[in-house]
Ligand binder design. Structure first.
Ligand SMILES: Cc1cc2nc3c(=O)[nH]c(=O)nc-3n(C[C@H](O)[C@H](O)[C@H](O)COP(=O)(O)OP(=O)(O)OC[C@H]3O[C@@H](n4cnc5c(N)ncnc54)[C@H](O)[C@@H]3O)c2cc1C
Length: 433
């Protein structure tokens, strides 16, 4: 069977590319390894009895994020997330005194804002260079892992600083994954059909999948950089050295979530607070009660701590989060908890991690990957967006960019102000405070 364009992966990037190409009359097929669309942005509607995004939930920098338009077009309920910063920090079983808490928050902000100052430093040092000293540096360094998924020592400060911040941090009570699921409806996606090999020595390109071989004039690959690095999807000929370097310069970090349903009258049901717990300087759990205005407490672990918990096995992350909840609220809080779930993105076979972070010295890898091999073999996905990387919006934008590269090669350029959400119905929707 022959297509004009085959898209590998039905996450945000693949769905956006598919929508864009279909709207221009291009004949496409999307090959997806999993049984459902969304990839790393998927809403679990059953485990907790409330919608819960297992992966991407915030619409970061809403003012410039295409997911904000998508949410409006779908008429989704939107919450402007205003956690008001950290409310309390517990180290071991000790809540920090007011003075210690102020010093901790000052150092936390200084490092998180290091993204604004870092470009001034020569040679793209690791974010670890900017970790403040004792007593709070060893604790606040975890902010880098919670944002970028990798420890400060493995995170390019240049890359960290390039993420574009704009007003608006939105959450959706029905989940960001539900936006993608709706956007994928009606697309020609072949599920449970991983692509094993892409042979671009021939014209048309031959694509080997679990269900057989198809041909295409062009291919857009949207799988994560960890899947690319793992070698389960092979290329013939092998990808050029600069592309392989770009992939290895953009490893996937890890962020895992533990979600627990809570009683409606529990303090854990009230939204707004951000709480931190450090069992030791090597551990950090961030707690968000009333997540997305649902009676759900969402806890986060990131970087090498998250990796260690995931390696320990099922239940280890949940136990770390329970310890954090007991440290903040006392042992009786466990009576407020209902069903729970924990994610394990490192072991997820079609993701192999959470999102990409450039190694120190590799901040230009994103644009290298985005340039593709040639006009027939293109790459999209969060790792290829140079300013909204590691986000759903960046992935979506990269899918549109790759589709436009394809259209240009076909002599079918879209208008520069083309609708970023072609083929979608529109509706009302503005954030509630
Ligand atoms: C815990 C967590 C929290 C996050 N929080 C946020 C957040 O709050 N806000 C935000 O914007 N972002 C967040 N992100 C990041 C965001 O979810 C991702 O950046 C984005 O969803 C990536 O989209 P993508 O299309 O690039 O890749 P993916 O979603 O990974 O899509 C690639 C698709 O390819 C498929 N695939 C893989 N291998 C093959 C193959 N061989 N053949 C065919 N198909 C294949 C996969 O199944 C997948 O569906 C979070 C991620 C995680 C894990």
């Amino acid at each position: 069977m022959s297509h004009q364009v085959v898209i590998v992966g039905a996450g945000a990037a693949g769905i956006a590319a598919a929508r864009c190409l279909l709207a221009e009359g291009v004949q496409i097929r999307v090959m997806e390894a999993a049984a459902v669309p969304g990839g790393r942005c998927i809403t679990d509607t059953t485990s907790l009895g409330h919608p819960f995004d297992r992966g991407g939930s915030w619409i970061h920098s809403a003012g410039i994020n295409p997911m904000a338009d998508l949410a409006r077009q779908q008429g989704a309920a939107i919450i402007e997330d205003d956690p008001g910063g950290l409310r309390a920090v517990v180290v071991g079983e000790q809540r920090l005194s007011d003075d210690a808490f102020k010093a901790y928050v000052r150092d936390w902000r200084r490092l998180a804002d290091g993204r604004d100052r870092a470009p001034a430093a020569a040679g793209d040092p690791a974010m670890g260079t900017f970790v403040p000293g004792e007593p709070w540096g060893p604790y606040v360094r975890h902010v880098v892992a919670l944002l970028s998924g990798v420890d400060a020592g493995a995170c390019s400060s240049e890359d960290f600083s390039r993420f574009e911040h704009a007003p608006g941090e939105w959450l959706l009570p029905r989940g960001q994954g539900s936006l993608l699921a709706a956007a994928a409806e009606g697309l020609p996606i072949v599920y449970e059909n991983p692509v094993h090999r892409i042979d671009s020595r021939r014209d048309p390109i031959r694509i080997q999948t679990r269900r057989g071989e198809v041909e295409a004039d062009a291919v857009i690959v949207t799988v994560s950089t960890a899947v690319l690095a793992a070698g389960t999807l092979t290329f013939d000929p092998e990808l050029p050295g600069h592309m392989r370097d770009a992939i290895s310069g953009l490893p996937l970090g890890l962020l895992n979530k533990v979600g627990m349903a809570v009683r409606e009258d529990s303090p854990l049901a009230a939204p707004g607070a951000v709480l931190m717990h450090h069992g030791s300087a090597d551990e950090a759990v961030m707690i968000r009660p009333g997540f997305a205005n649902q009676p759900v407490v969402c806890s986060f672990v990131g970087g090498s701590f998250a990796d260690a918990l995931e390696r320990e096995g099922v239940g280890a992350a949940t136990e770390a989060c329970m310890e954090a909840l007991r440290a903040h609220y006392g042992g009786a809080i466990t009576r407020d908890l209902g069903p729970g779930l924990e994610t394990a993105w490192r072991s997820h076979p079609w993701s192999l991690g959470a999102y990409s972070a450039a190694l120190p010295g590799h901040s230009d890898a994103r644009s290298v990957l985005a340039s593709g091999v040639d006009e027939r073999l293109l790459f999209a996905g969060e790792a290829t967006d140079t300013t909204l990387f590691s986000s759903v919006g960046g992935a979506w934008r990269s899918g549109i960019r790759a589709a436009e590269q394809c259209l240009k090669a076909m002599g079918q350029a879209r208008p520069p102000d083309g609708n970023p959400h072609p083929g979608l119905r529109s509706g009302a929707g503005e954030p509630e405070s």
